[in-house]
Design a binder for this molecule. Structure first.
Ligand SMILES: CC(C)(COP(=O)(O)OP(=O)(O)OC[C@H]1O[C@@H](n2cnc3c(N)ncnc32)[C@H](O)[C@@H]1OP(=O)(O)O)[C@@H](O)C(=O)NCCC(=O)NCCS
Length: 155
């Protein structure tokens, strides 16, 4: 039987699965996985859009966007899909869900990309993101970050 992937806002019952997914995908020392208390905080945080993808009653991916007070943009913060579920467009759908959550709040989206990640940079350009800042020596290995944004409203 074909699996159905369902996107929905995260709920407190997803905490264990989110922590498991995070530590499976963002392995130290290359990444700093988000802690359980951060997930717990974001689930109840009205300024956060924390969306999960559920497949066969299992959380296989999530995306997080954070809207700062006073900002016209939601910051795209994190995206992860379990290795065995990757390559099936869940990442793309989760990212679109963050864009939709931002647009529903009347906000645009800000994202960051490594300067050496040409493919992702091109991908964001293709989606209508424009570069507005470069941060030299941003990542632990010295690579620069390119900050990009896309507005969904006239403001
Ligand atoms: C990046 C990731 C979430 C993509 O998930 P996925 O379900 O395989 O994504 P899709 O099937 O929609 O893939 C579409 C393509 O867009 C990429 N992609 C889509 N949105 C992306 C985004 N916002 N950030 C990075 N890559 C993205 C995918 O890597 C994939 O690239 P490819 O065509 O070169 O293979 C997944 O590979 C993952 O969890 N990687 C490890 C964690 C990570 O790097 N997260 C992103 C930075 S926070």
């Amino acid at each position: 039987m074909k699996s159905i992937d369902k996107l929905r806002p995260a709920a407190p019952a997803d905490l264990d699965a989110l922590v498991e997914l995070e530590t499976a995908v963002f392995v130290q020392p290359a990444y700093e996985p988000m802690a359980r208390r951060q997930f717990r905080w974001h689930i109840g945080n009205p300024r956060a859009a924390l969306i999960v993808c559920e497949r066969d009653e299992r959380v296989v991916g999530y995306a997080l966007g954070l809207a700062r007070t006073g900002s016209h943009y939601m910051r795209f913060y994190s995206l992860a899909v379990l290795p065995d579920a990757q390559g099936g467009a869940i990442g793309r759908r989760l990212f679109e869900a963050i864009e939709q959550a931002a647009a529903a709040r009347g906000l645009g989206v800000i994202t960051e990309v490594r300067a050496d990640n040409v493919k992702l940079h091109q991908r964001y350009l293709g989606l209508g993101y424009v570069e507005f800042e470069r941060k030299p020596d941003y990542y632990p290995d010295g690579c620069a970050a390119i900050r990009m944004k896309r507005a969904f409203t006239a403001s």
